[in-house]
Design a protein around this ligand. Structure first.
Ligand SMILES: C[S@@+](CC[C@H](N)C(=O)[O-])C[C@H]1O[C@@H](n2cnc3c(N)ncnc32)[C@H](O)[C@@H]1O
Length: 232
């Protein structure tokens, strides 16, 4: 899969994308991730990419032309037409379901807004989807793009050591994952649940399933209700 990120701050993205699991996945060719500097596509001789908003108001707005030209250049370079996502407070809420859906695409381009946002006309012209990572306003679309990229990459074949790594995880099945423990067996007077030390695979699996259900019921009653309605 190819993931392209169009941003005014490629270095900020590269820092995160070159470390840990995503960095290894990139190096081993499990995923191709490229960052593009939108500023490289401006026609302005001072390399400006923003201007004041029509109608007045505070801040600056990213212009349509550099964003459009950057996405078109990515499309030409990709050889396939990437699915184009604009990060936006007004977008579809990002969920595990949506991450799974995006992981099935051959190529995606994620566009990062900045300042007061991007001229709406380029969004209308080329966006296949707008995505929000939550009901709060961030300074730019870089963190949302990294969140989306990370969640999508985890589901690509071979990125995690085993598929269980993600099929067990919170939200994959609609439930939160069971609690996790590691050594030592006792810490600050708290013991690890005895069953996890038993080596009995079926009892451990039953315990974890029950723990997963109970944690979801207590911590995320909204998810628990949805899960029970599905009758799973
Ligand atoms: C400061 S924000 C613009 C906020 C905009 N004026 C508003 O009130 O919705 C700049 C950029 O950050 C990104 N952004 C901010 N919050 C976001 C969120 N919750 N999810 C996705 N992208 C977000 C978008 O790309 C946005 O264009």
């Amino acid at each position: 899969m190819k993931i392209n990120i169009a941003t005014l701050f490629p270095a900020m993205c590269e820092n995160v994308l070159s470390t840990s699991i995503i960095g290894r996945a990139r190096n081993s060719g499990k995923v191709e991730i490229k960052t593009y500097d939108i500023r490289d596509y401006t026609l302005d001789k001072h390399r400006n990419v923003d201007d004041t908003p029509f109608g007045g108001g505070p801040g600056m707005v990213m212009q349509a032309q550099p964003v459009y030209d950057c996405c078109k250049a990515i499309e030409e370079e990709s050889g396939v037409k990437p699915f184009v996502i604009f990060t936006s407070r007004a977008g579809k809420p990002f969920t595990q379901e949506l991450a799974k859906e995006l992981a099935r695409k051959e190529a995606i381009t994620i566009v990062c807004g900045h300042y007061e946002g991007i001229d709406e006309r380029v969004v209308e012209e080329i966006a296949d989807m707008e995505i929000s990572i939550g009901d709060y306003v961030l300074t730019g679309g870089e963190l949302p793009a990294l969140v989306i990229t990370d969640a999508v990459c985890r589901m690509l074949p071979g990125v995690l050591a085993s598929e269980e790594g993600f099929t067990d995880e919170s939200h994959y099945s609609g439930l939160l994952e069971h609690a996790q423990y590691t050594k030592p067996r006792e810490w600050m007077g708290r013991s690890v649940p005895e069953v996890l030390l038993s080596g009995h695979a079926k009892n451990i699996a039953d315990f974890r399933k029950a723990d997963s259900l109970e944690r979801t019921r207590i911590k995320r009653p909204d998810l628990y209700e949805k899960y029970m309605e599905k009758g799973e």
